[in-house]
Design a protein around this ligand. Structure first.
Ligand SMILES: Nc1ncnc2c1ncn2[C@@H]1O[C@H](COP(=O)(O)OP(=O)(O)OP(=O)(O)O)[C@@H](O)[C@H]1O
Ligand SMILES: [Mg+2]
Length: 239
């Protein structure tokens, strides 16, 4: 009998469309609980679309997307979220007219039975956010907004985090803070799928890498193979 525990995320033969545009052609990704996986690729490769397809935010989808063993390909977005998935889009989605704390409290707890982080735990992890808890969303720096966007997801009880380019446009010192955040979340057992353009940020954090090109996975390798894969990566990504 196969006693294998469910993968946190198992994507097989995923295809996705925006209207008539066929964007994802054959995406296969397997993520075990507690792993940090990074999707690399050139601009327009289909990394954001992969995250959006997991959440049911593209047009038509075909293939299979299992979250903790549950088939999500036919589910609407809110039901997918309730499987324990938290999506942090590139545009962060902080409400400018609400305070930090109001933004934090906005998304409801998920029905997974997993308790999300308490506000106290979140402020322990992000002391900046506590200092800024009464500040309006628009008054936060880019780094603070990014941390708030992730913190808001942690409160919902999501254990699988889909993070799109969280380091983008942020100063190196802030990016270092985000790297520490990822390390802390990994130590707490979160499963993380990150899309990253900043290879130097992603390289030391990920357990495994996938390279997306023209809506397909063209390479996959473990962190231990990174050195050996550098020539291929240079060719595929220009890193
Ligand atoms: N809403 C949309 N409607 C139609 N086509 C889209 C839409 N969003 C993205 N695309 C197209 O899908 C392809 C993949 O885009 P995607 O956003 O997934 O790329 P990416 O790998 O995240 O790269 P980057 O973030 O650097 O643009 C691109 O050709 C893009 O033009
Ligand atoms: Mg993108």
């Amino acid at each position: 009998m196969n006693m294998k525990a469910n993968a946190a995320l198992e994507i097989s033969h995923l295809q996705a469309w925006y209207g008539e545009s066929h964007i994802l052609h054959n995406v296969n990704i397997l993520v075990q609980p507690g792993e940090v996986v990074t999707l690399l690729g050139r601009n327009g490769a289909g990394r954001t679309t992969t995250l959006r397809a997991i959440m049911g935010l593209t047009g038509a989808r075909k293939g299979s997307i299992k979250v903790n063993g549950v088939e999500a390909i036919g589910l609407p977005t809110h039901k997918i979220a309730h499987l324990g998935v938290g999506y942090c889009p590139e545009e962060r989605g902080i409400f400018s007219s609400l305070s930090t704390e109001e933004n934090l409290m906005l998304p409801p707890q998920l029905a997974t039975g997993e308790k999300g982080m308490s506000v106290e735990e979140i402020y322990q992890m992000f002391p900046n956010l506590e200092e800024r808890k009464h500040s309006q969303g628009t008054r936060l720096s880019g780094g603070e907004q990014q941390m708030l966007a992730v913190a808001r997801i942690l409160r919902t009880g999501a254990r699988l985090l889909l993070l799109d380019e969280i380091s983008e446009g942020l100063a190196p010192v802030i990016v270092q803070g985000l790297a520490r955040m990822i390390t802390t979340l990994k130590a707490k057992g979160y499963t993380i799928v990150m899309v990253e353009q900043n290879f130097r940020f992603a390289a030391p954090l990920a357990d495994r890498f996938y390279v997306v090109e023209h809506g397909q996975i063209v390479e996959t390798f473990a962190a231990s193979e990174l050195g050996a894969k550098m020539p291929v990566l240079t060719e595929l990504l220009g890193v």
